[in-house]
Design a protein around this ligand. Structure first.
Ligand code: ATP
Ligand code: MG
Length: 297
């Protein structure tokens, strides 16, 4: 299916409406690895304050699409628009400065840096006083460092890990690492937050701490595009669900609508059984995904 147009406003899980300003617009995105097309003519948009979940079977192209948006894989075609500005030709670091932040399917932290320093990396570039100022220890640079450290601590507080600020990145559990990644993505005050399986490998007790973090980011006007297999989590945070299959959008709607959609059931299970929404915690990619949509491999 080619384009899917987003409504001017969407009702959230609790019925609230979100703003219509599009912070992310994807037009006809195409990606391929060698001759193999992994994303085919995908168009979608995310409004400020909207949480959109991207779901689909293994290999559907979800991570590739997030990578294309953040500039980590080359696109064969299409346009990426951030808050009205075309960023298609920009490298990843410049897209980040335009307001795109992301977390990864596998946690990526620097083990030898402190947790606080890992989070501060997400703020780099934000109102930076410049290289010369930092080299010469200008007061403006010292002020910047203090402000960045304070912002990082506040971001850690938002994921309830402020007490880990001075610990090494290597000292974190998997669940803590995921939350630190979220803090790092949020500290730069992005316009659009891309999350690749934020609940992956987490048990339900930790997942419940992630829900308010995503909601409060959206509440501050951040648009969130998250890849997720845990439909219970999706049902709690997402205004809208988009289903990707073989690189194409095959359905979209509320979590409930999507779970009932015959094309979605067919894509996941060959139509044999209904889609099961569970919290399914604890399993890793490559096996049945940790959650939600039971999959055919
Ligand atoms: N670096 C790569 N080189 C070649 N092919 C790749 C590469 N990365 C992904 N692919 C292929 O592109 C397609 C889409 O992969 P992608 O990782 O985007 O899927 P996904 O929807 O994120 O899957 P999962 O749910 O397992 O994370 C798959 O067929 C995959 O095998
Ligand atoms: Mg993936």
């Amino acid at each position: 299916m080619a384009g899917v147009e987003v409504g001017q406003s969407a009702a959230g899980p609790s019925g609230e409406s979100v703003a219509a300003r599009k912070v992310l617009e994807l037009r006809h995105i195409e990606c391929a690895y060698g001759g193999l097309r992994s994303v085919a003519d995908v168009s979608l948009s995310v409004a400020a304050g909207e949480v959109v979940a991207l779901v689909g079977p293994n290999g559907a192209g979800k991570t590739t699409l997030l990578n294309a948006v953040s500039g980590l894989v080359a696109m064969r075609g299409g346009e990426v628009i951030v808050d009205g500005e075309d960023v298609t030709g920009l490298p990843a670091w410049r897209r980040a400065r335009k307001g795109i932040a992301r977390s990864f399917q596998l946690v990526r932290l620097f083990p030898d840096l402190t947790v606080g320093a890992n989070v501060q990396l997400g703020a780099s570039g934000k109102s930076h006083p410049g290289f010369i100022a930092s080299l010469l220890h200008f007061p403006s640079h010292q002020r910047y460092r203090r402000q960045t450290a304070a912002r990082a601590l506040a971001a850690l507080e938002s994921v309830h890990l402020e007490e880990k600020n001075g610990d090494a990145g290597s000292a974190l559990s998997h669940g803590q690492g995921r939350r630190v990644e979220l803090a790092r993505a949020l500290v730069g005050e992005p316009k659009i937050l891309l999350l690749d399986e934020p609940t992956s490998g987490l048990h339900s007790g930790v997942i419940k701490d992630i829900v308010p973090v995503v909601k409060s980011a959206a509440g501050r006007g951040v648009g969130v595009l998250l890849v997720e297999h845990n439909l219970k989590f999706v049902g709690e945070v997402a205004h809208r669900v988009i289903v990707l299959h073989h690189g194409e959008i095959i359905a979209q709607g509320t979590p409930t609508e999507v779970m009932r959609d015959a094309r979605v059931i067919e894509a996941y299970l060959g139509g044999a059984v209904g889609i099961k929404a569970t919290d399914g915690s604890g399993k890793r990619a490559g096996h049945t995904k940790e959650a939600g949509l039971a999959q055919r491999h």
